[in-house]
Design a binder for this molecule. Structure first.
Ligand code: GLC
Length: 725
């Protein structure tokens, strides 16, 4: 049977691939994706419809379908309808680069992690990011991307913060939206994930995220709402966790009422891998596709339809959405044809974006940038800093080109073969550059003492399916940094982290650069920043707290042994609650409302030059989309050119009951020394609104609004007020 099916499918596929689809009426590109979907739907059998609504098995184990041979080697695939010219959906994890290249003998560029890309605050950089990954996905034969992670960094210890877009919903939505928009321009069907409130990894399959509806709409869902508006993704992946009682993938409020009805989402909802928990309930709630296999949406779905429990109209809507997405994204009109990418272009983009994402956190007595012409001796200290830089793990993991640093302590810790030691030595050929691993503290101290400058590379590995036990650097790295700093005041720390870290040594070192997971050419980008070839412009997309005790949840809520036993026994979840009682106060909004000092605030980042702000005026916007316009001047008061990210925050009328301040806009402006530029930031009404739960809609309240402009959420020298009617 399998062979017959395969034969039939193969023949159909051959025809589909050969482009002989033109005879089908739905191949008329003058028709809308919806019209084209409707024409195909009419021709499909029940079996073909259902086959389109689930995956064909997972490469990670589990039941293997007789069609597995048709997989392109990605995270999963679902069948099209070859006889009607509808291709298979070949899906691939691609958060910061195309996954599985090693297993498939292909090449993928690893870009800086998504949190790093967010630190650029540069929609243009986000577009370049998505475009490059989209091209490489197509080159490898994929037509659907499993990226676009935009769960908010409510929990700084979340192991997946590196593949998300920070703590602010507007910044996160704008950045992920531009990535998805430009990825889809490469004729890739892309998505946002994990919808929604998948804000910790501990017990992710049985946790129930509890959050009041107003906070849900104004925080986690707002990031998706903006990402959806800008990116127009053709897919949304629903999350493993529950949201206020119902699993996300069978949650009528978020899938149907909000996403499909309120936001008018025209694409399809697919489950996370194993995130489907029912047939009838999930179908009625708005889940359109089960991945990676067919526990609920295969034979069970057919039975539910034949028993009349799933109306045919409902089934047709699921299939129509999948077809609409395939026509709308262009993957039917542009069948994938593998090609070899320009590898050097990938490395150049990776290096440029990494340099633009690194945040200069501290630079005492202007130690940085280093002068390659005069610096005599440099100590490079830190685990693997002679051979590589760390990368984020889990389903986002990109395989490094060539070999990678021995990760004997944990094979999951993948170090990219981009060597800080080599990059620094190459950039300062006249200096004596020596390396110490760092395990031998006296040797590290001795080298630091005998060097003009000591650079410590510290790392914090994070990954899917885990959360951090704390925000401290793992192992004895704090002690190493303190030891080196004690031996040489000209100590610089380069952080390779996936989220915030605490820094007991913060006042004992002269320089700190947050390099994040910097990708295939991270070391070269670090050298670009350290030696001033790149003037840092990045800003923190997450708050760095002084200590975990200051966070909304000083200790994480994780499943108890009893709950894990219930899970093993197969009890239907969700099985335990995480109560996000801080509600609206995510990230900086929490520390502002609680009047807590922070180590480094949201939006913070130094430059090798300085800027001054003046002349803020606030006027009514055009009323339609822009409620307000903020205009002010920024001057480069230093001696080097630089790019400033001028940030605008708003305080809403007291009656709104909002946290003290929220980011409502920003502008990147490149200035020569002494140059002044007038900056205008248009602020959409939605960014100033509150969500009225009773009316189930956004409201721009009357009253006094205060706008502030400046360099970070805690450095806002300009202030101006305006009353809205
Ligand atoms: C994983 C992740 C999801 C990924 C999918 C396929 O469990 O949660 O982000 O896209 O499964 O690998």
């Amino acid at each position: 049977m399998a062979l017959v099916v395969a034969g039939g499918l193969a023949a159909g596929m051959a025809r589909a691939q050969s482009g002989s689809q033109t005879q089908f009426p739905w191949m008329d590109t003058s028709l809308s994706p919806d019209q084209r979907a409707g024409l195909v739907l009419k021709e499909m059998t029940l079996d073909e419809k259902i086959r389109m609504m689930h995956g064909q098995g997972s490469p990670f184990g589990g039941p293997v379908s007789p069609n597995a041979w048709m997989s392109n080697g990605g995270d999963g695939f679902s069948l099209g309808v070859p006889r009607l010219g509808i291709p298979n959906l070949q899906m691939i994890g691609s958060a910061y680069g195309v996954r599985f290249s090693a297993a498939n003998g292909r090449y993928s560029t690893a870009l800086p992690a998504n949190l790093a890309q967010t630190a650029t605050w540069d929609p243009g950089a986000a577009c370049a990011y998505g475009a490059l990954i989209g091209r490489e996905e197509r080159a490898q034969g994929y037509n659907m991307s499993l990226a676009g992670g935009v769960d908010l960094a409510r929990e700084l210890r979340n192991g997946r913060n590196f593949e998300y877009h920070g703590e602010d919903p507007i910044l996160a939505g704008v950045m992920v939206g531009n990535r998805v928009r430009c990825e889809q321009e490469q004729h890739i069907l892309s998505e946002l994930k994990h919808y929604a409130v998948n804000d910790q990894e501990s017990g992710r399959g049985i946790v129930n995220s509890v959050i009041d509806r107003r906070a849900l709409r104004e925080t986690d869902l707002l990031a998706f709402e903006i990402g959806n508006q800008i990116g127009r993704p053709w897919a949304i992946m629903c999350a493993y966790n529950g949201v206020n009682g119902d699993y996300a993938c069978e949650n009528k409020y978020i899938l149907d009422e909000v996403l499909k009805k309120e936001w008018g989402f025209q694409g399809f909802v697919l489950s996370d891998w194993g995130g489907t928990h029912s047939t009838v309930k999930a179908s009625a709630a708005g889940l359109d596709m089960e991945q990676p296999d067919e526990r609920f949406y295969g034979a069970a779905m057919k039975k539910a339809v034949l028993d009349g429990k799933v109306p045919m109209a409902e089934l047709d809507d699921h299939v129509r959405r999948i077809l609409r997405a395939e026509f709308g994204s262009g993957i039917i009109d542009n069948p994938t044809r593998k090609f070899v990418v320009n590898v050097d272009e990938g490395f150049a983009v990776a290096r440029r974006l990494a340099g633009e994402s690194m945040v200069l956190l501290r630079n005492e007595h202007r130690l940085l940038p280093l002068d390659a012409g005069t610096v005599k001796s440099i100590a490079v200290i830190g685990e693997h800093a002679d051979v590589g830089m760390i990368s984020g793990g889990g389903s986002a993991q990109v395989d490094p080109e060539g070999s990678y640093a021995p990760a004997w302590e944990n094979p999951a810790h993948v170090w990219f073969p981009t060597s800080p030691l080599k990059a620094i030595a190459a950039r300062a050929p006249r200096a004596r550059v020596k390396f110490q691993y760092g395990a031998d503290l006296p040797a590290a101290a001795a080298l630091a003492r005998n060097s003009q400058v000591a650079i410590v590379f510290a790392h914090q590995w994070t990954s899917e399916a885990m959360d951090l036990p704390s925000l401290s650097l793992p192992g004895d790295q704090d002690k190493l940094i303190e030891t080196v700093a004690a031996a040489n005041p000209n100590t610089i720390v380069v952080l390779e982290t996936g989220t915030a870290v605490t820094m007991p040594w913060v006042n004992r070192v002269s320089g700190i650069v947050e390099a994040w997971y910097a990708g295939s050419r991270g070391a070269e980008a670090v050298a670009d920043v350290l030696f001033g070839d790149v003037n840092p412009s990045a800003r923190l997309p997450i708050t760095f707290p002084v200590s975990e005790a200051d966070m909304p949840h000083p200790t994480m809520t994780v499943p108890s042994p009893e709950i894990l036993k219930e899970e093993k026994a197969g009890k239907k979840g969700p099985l335990f609650d995480v109560d996000y009682s801080e509600g609206l106060k995510v990230g900086y909004k929490w520390y502002d409302a609680e009047k807590k000092p922070v180590l480094f605030p949201f939006g913070f980042g130094l430059s090798y030059t300085t800027y001054s702000y003046s002349g803020l005026s606030v006027t009514r916007g055009n009323g339609a989309t822009d409620a307000l316009t903020a205009t002010f001047r920024v001057k480069n008061t230093g001696s080097r050119a630089g790019t400033e990210i001028a940030e605008v925050y708003a305080s809403l009328p007291a009656a709104a009951g909002e946290p003290p301040s929220r980011l409502v806009g920003w502008s990147r402006v490149t200035l020569k020394p002494g140059e002044t530029r007038q900056v205008t930031v248009a602020i959409p009404a939605m960014y100033l609104s509150v969500f009225d739960v009773a009316a189930e809609k956004w409201k721009l309240l009357p009253g006094g609004y205060i706008l502030r402009a400046g360099r970070s959420s805690r450095d806002l020298p300009l202030q101006s007020g305006l009353t809205l009617p």
